[in-house]
Design a protein around this ligand. Structure first.
Ligand SMILES: [Zn+2]
Length: 137
């Protein structure tokens, strides 16, 4: 079994830090944008990252779904959504919109890349598998 310094802080903290960084970056882009449509898009993205961070920090935890994807509890309706890097079964996701569930999955994958630097050159399926191994070990 391998060990890594990030384990000392815990993957939950690492994922929260990634979501916080993405929220700050999107907010900064919104403030810098000269085009109103761009500013609106970045503000919405920042809001999604903040919501993901809030839910994650409030204890929302994902579970592996058999096959592909992650199960993430809904914040409001007692439902559970199936979320991957590219899709989500929630209302927004079903309508082709980005929701706050997907950034959580993206942050898990990003954190796993930090734990296993060599993983970046691997196919996405392998990276997702590595993310799962890193998160659930
Ligand atoms: Zn969703």
């Amino acid at each position: 079994m391998t060990t890594h310094p990030i384990d000392l802080a815990g993957p939950h903290a690492a994922i929260a830090e990634i979501l916080a960084r993405w929220a700050r970056n999107a907010q900064t882009e919104a403030e810098r944008a000269t085009d109103a449509a761009d500013a609106k898009r970045y503000r919405a993205e920042a809001e999604r990252f903040r919501k993901a961070l809030y839910q994650w920090s409030s204890g929302a935890r994902v579970q592996l779904a058999p096959g592909d994807g992650y199960l993430i509890p809904s914040a409001s309706r007692g439902a559970v959504h199936l979320t991957t890097l590219h899709s989500c079964s929630c209302e927004a996701g079903s309508n082709g919109l980005r929701c706050w569930h997907r950034p959580i999955v993206e942050a898990i994958v990003e954190a796993a890349d930090d734990w296993e630097p060599a993983a970046e050159s691997q196919p996405l399926g392998d990276r997702l598998a590595a993310a799962r191994r890193a998160y659930w070990r």
